[in-house]
Design a binder for this molecule. Sequence first.
Ligand SMILES: C[S@@+](CC[C@H](N)C(=O)[O-])C[C@H]1O[C@@H](n2cnc3c(N)ncnc32)[C@H](O)[C@@H]1O
Length: 357
Amino acid sequence: MLSLSARPILSAFLLPKPKPRRLLLLLRPLHSSASASALTPPTPRTTTPDLPEDADPTPLFLRPPTHPVPEASLAAFRRRAAALVPPSAPHLHRHLRWLLADASAPAPSSADPSAPHLLRAPLDELEALWLRHVRDRRPFQYVVGNEHWKDLVVAVRDGVLIPRPETEAVVDMVAAVEGFQDGWWADLGTGSGAIAVAVARMLGPGGRVFATDVSKVAVEVARLNVQRYGVQDKVEIRRGSWFEPLEDVKGKLMGVISNPPYIPTDDLPGLQPEVGWHEPKLALDGGKDGLDHLLHLCEGLSSALMPGGFFVFETNGNKQSEFLVDFISTKWSSSFCDVEAVLDFADIKRFVRGYRR
Ligand SMILES: C[S@@+](CC[C@H](N)C(=O)[O-])C[C@H]1O[C@@H](n2cnc3c(N)ncnc32)[C@H](O)[C@@H]1O
């Protein structure tokens, strides 16, 4: 029997990032708990107009700027949007600036100041997007359709997990594996494809990433990101459950990477609204103890990896990592070595990594 209790475990999803400082415009955290409480109780979701049925699913920054808007209308929108922000939530003013920056075409330096602004979406769509962010707590990343992750701008949309800064560390762990450039890698549960794209960009001519996900939306978004970064020749996206689509590369993988769903089911209602209301349950729910998928992945590892192959899994934190290190080292000591937990930037044992003997 697993001994993990159902008590909430500190999770990347419950405590969003302390983010190392980057350019301000690159910093787009989910709402912090403090700002979330400033907005509680949230207005019931039914009061917010839905996006129009025909709203364009293309991320804002990838749309052409084809909507001319007079300066006065834009200024009026800015005032209306700012008036919805509670004084206790200053980060929303930042989001408003970012939304307008993402939605605007860069003005040519010779531009006539009286010329209309060119936007990538009609103002009424921006208005609906803004209301859903402020009132429904829809994550800003879904509003603008992207997240800055490592050196990438990753397209995201409803139905796919927003990649978290903690997860960036797995790419650095891959880069530390000897000879990784020419290996075959699997990114299981690829979501937006962030890990697969970041790893692919470091690979040499013989290197390849097989990225799997069971979710149709994730597969679509991952394909978009793979194309945007021009790594189609390095990343093969396959739809299916965990190792199932990888029968043909069994035993040939240099590494297996996964950030699977790991939140215990009973903890899902306690997630901050941005996560619990809006991110896909399929990406979060790890079953009773949060370990269902992690244990399934452990089971498949030894037949998937080549001798000497590397693995790294993200977990919910100390309890899951300690449990898995102990479990793998005890149950499969003849198959794996150097199994250890690795800290994230908040000093939480976030990852479990090791090698196949
Ligand atoms: C926590 S998200 C991680 C997404 C991405 N790798 C990241 O780090 O941002 C977990 C992903 O696993 C996928 N998933 C859930 N069950 C799966 C299964 N049985 N087989 C493959 N992928 C699955 C979800 O659709 C989701 O994209």
